[in-house]
Design a protein around this ligand. Structure first.
Ligand code: FAD
Ligand code: SF4
Length: 572
């Protein structure tokens, strides 16, 4: 395909191209347009307009034909999405259909995706914690993965920057392993969560803090949020439907409309990026090849800089598929490491328990958040026989007993008068996995998708370190719950649960100091093609225990502003 029409080429030429409109792409768009760059945002999925395209947001429970459940046929047709806890009748439309987007599972991997404007920013659970210096130190300390080229001090101002704009609620807890941020007022812990917090502080001498989670909710909107058209979170906890108040941060409610207001953004939904065009004479990328999702027609778009924000595995796919004489194995892949060192969070296990006290108390209404146990293993020094550590979510609610006895009127009366049971707590582990060369993605040499793009082949698995971590989580949490007086403690490990359901996959295009062992420099530029920036999870050198998206946002804002500075200095 060739385009000789000069006007047409001009129409397809921008200062910057952003691939993907999810959490990281939204930030790229906001920063680049905010600094005056004419920016094309390419999104493979359909358009989703804030509020207008949230079809279930105001529905009452009885308006769902299957009472919120996914019917069997839909479940059977989407076995991968069905394994995600959030794939329910009110939010299923934000998940891709499994059969439309096949990939090769060399080892079982549940790849959860949301292809639409806003990406997974509409679907996420909004947990947002900063990394600490101990997280950046991890690889250097134990020798797995390469050293990070940035430190906490490099990223801290950018955490503050994105937190203020996105709106993050939390408590200033003063923890070395979980730095405080620019917080809106925190949610409140339940009485049982408070009890657990107090017991842990007392017994472990403040070495095992339990805190209220930090999350991207407007508990007290500031002028910057009102300017975005967002309002106070109403604690409906129906966020997975898309929030009509803009109560939580998403690209759709926040960064994309902000970028749109500059008049500098062109957003193209239904635009599947096939590959990045590399010009050997100029020794840089000049644009991207895009396939129309419906007509399958290919068009080229051009720009001076390109931000790849297609989400971790798709970013790997786009780069692997961007071959040229100079880069026969994928763009920037001089060392053969593109696609390798994929890491994820070990989400395989949970622990639950009951508390027999506080029976005169329950929660009123909802809270779109839970408590959080920051990492306490191997933080300051290596102290176990496994590497790295784990954090955990910690939520509580009163159990509900339903008396199903009786007949006719008495049965009806019994069913409608639910009785509160004991307090029930549940904690899920978020373990750091070790980035290894053998955990990788590559392109299948035969199989293609509906757009003629090679299918991604995923070969990622748990290892012995993960098994030891699970055993430690069970042991430590059982001890902690017992100390705090909980009963009926039950561990729930599912060894058959594949990686992926954490939805925190990272790596494959890692940052590093040395081009021989990494793909990106400290500003997220490909070492060997410096006008291409990768700032989503693919750039991560290691993966810590915190939910990652806040770090993707901070890294993206930092890199985008650097890109504009370099462009203005004519270095790109
Ligand atoms: C149920 C759920 C709960 C989660 N909870 C949390 C949480 O509590 N905290 C947290 O930090 N994270 C959480 N996550 C993960 C979080 O959503 C992701 O980390 C985040 O969205 C990643 O941002 P991204 O920009 O890299 O990718 P995405 O938000 O997925 O955006 C990528 C975009 O790129 C588009 N795209 C892909 N390929 C192409 C292509 N070839 N051409 C054009 N466009 C393309 C996609 O359609 C998509 O819109 C959760 C995710 C889910 C699904
Ligand atoms: S809990 Fe807050 S963010 Fe979630 S849907 Fe309700 S108002 Fe919106």
């Amino acid at each position: 395909m060739a385009f000789f029409n000069i006007d047409s080429i001009k129409d397809r030429t921008f200062d910057a191209i952003v691939i993907g409109s999810g959490i990281s792409g939204g930030w790229s768009a906001k920063e680049l347009t905010g600094r005056g760059l004419r920016t094309l945002v390419l999104e493979r999925g359909r358009d989703v307009k804030h509020i207008k395209d949230y079809p279930t947001t105001f529905k009452n429970p009885w308006e769902f034909p299957h009472l919120g459940q996914i019917p069997k046929e839909l479940r059977d047709a989407n076995p991968i999405a069905s394994r995600c806890y959030a794939f329910n009748e009110d939010a299923a439309h934000f998940f891709i259909k499994d059969n439309e987007h096949p990939y090769v599972q060399e080892k079982p991997f549940d790849w959860i995706r949301g292809y639409q404007v806003g990406g997974k920013s509409l679907m996420w659970a909004r947990g947002t914690q900063r990394w600490s210096q101990y997280d950046f130190d991890g690889p250097a300390r134990d020798g797995f993965a390469v050293e990070w080229p940035i430190n906490y001090a490099d990223i801290a101002p950018w955490y503050s920057y994105v937190e203020k704009f996105a709106g993050i609620s939390g408590n200033k807890d003063g923890l070395a392993q979980l730095p405080d941020g620019e917080f809106l007022p925190p949610h409140e812990q339940s009485c049982v969560e408070k009890h657990f917090t107090q017991q842990m502080a007392k017994h472990y001498n403040n070495k095992r803090p339990v805190i209220i989670g930090r999350c991207a909710h407007l508990t007290q909107p500031q002028p910057i949020h009102i300017q975005q058209g967002r309002g106070q979170c109403q604690n409906r906890a129906l966020c997975q439907r898309g929030c009509p108040y803009g109560g939580y941060f998403s690209s759709n409610s926040s960064t994309l409309p902000w970028a749109q207001k500059t008049g500098k953004m062109t957003l193209r939904p239904d635009s599947v990026v096939h590959s990045i065009i590399f010009d050997e004479k100029k020794n840089k990328a000049t644009g991207v090849r895009v396939i129309d999702a419906h007509t399958k027609e290919m068009t080229e778009y051009y720009a001076k800089i390109i931000f790849v924000n297609a989400s971790t595995l798709n970013t790997n796919l786009v780069l692997l598929n961007s071959t040229s004489n100079r880069f026969p194995n994928g763009l920037g892949n001089d060392n053969g490491l593109l696609g390798k060192y994929i890491a994820f969070h070990n989400f395989r296990t949970t622990i639950s328990a009951e508390y027999e006290g506080f029976l005169d108390t329950t929660t009123e209404g909802n809270r779109p958040n839970s408590s959080y146990i920051p990492r306490f293993r191997n933080v300051f020094k290596q102290e176990t026989d496994f590497l790295r550590g784990y954090a955990a979510g910690f939520g509580s609610s009163r159990m509900m007993d339903t008396d199903k006895s009786g007949f006719g009127e008495s049965l009806k009366a019994n069913l409608t008068q639910k009785k509160y049971g004991n307090w029930f707590v549940n904690s899920h582990m978020m373990g750091e996995t070790i980035p290894k060369e053998t955990n990788l993605v590559s392109l299948d040499s035969d199989l293609k998708d509906a757009w003629g793009i090679p299918q991604l082949k995923v070969s990622v698995a748990y290892d012995d370190n993960d098994e030891k971590m699970i055993a430690d989580f069970h042991q430590q949490m059982t001890e902690m719950l017992t100390i705090a007086g909980f009963k009926n403690i039950k561990t729930n490990d599912r060894p058959d649960k594949a990686p992926g359901l954490d939805i925190h996959e990272m790596g494959g295009v890692r940052m590093g100091k040395d081009p021989k062992t990494s793909l990106l420099n400290k500003w997220n530029q490909l070492h060997s093609c410096q006008n291409v920036f990768v700032t989503d999870g693919a750039c991560m050198t290691s993966n810590s225990t915190q939910n990652p998206s806040l770090t993707f946002m901070a890294i993206t804002a930092r890199a985008a502003n650097h890109a504009v500075d370099e462009l203005k200095k004519k270095n790109l």
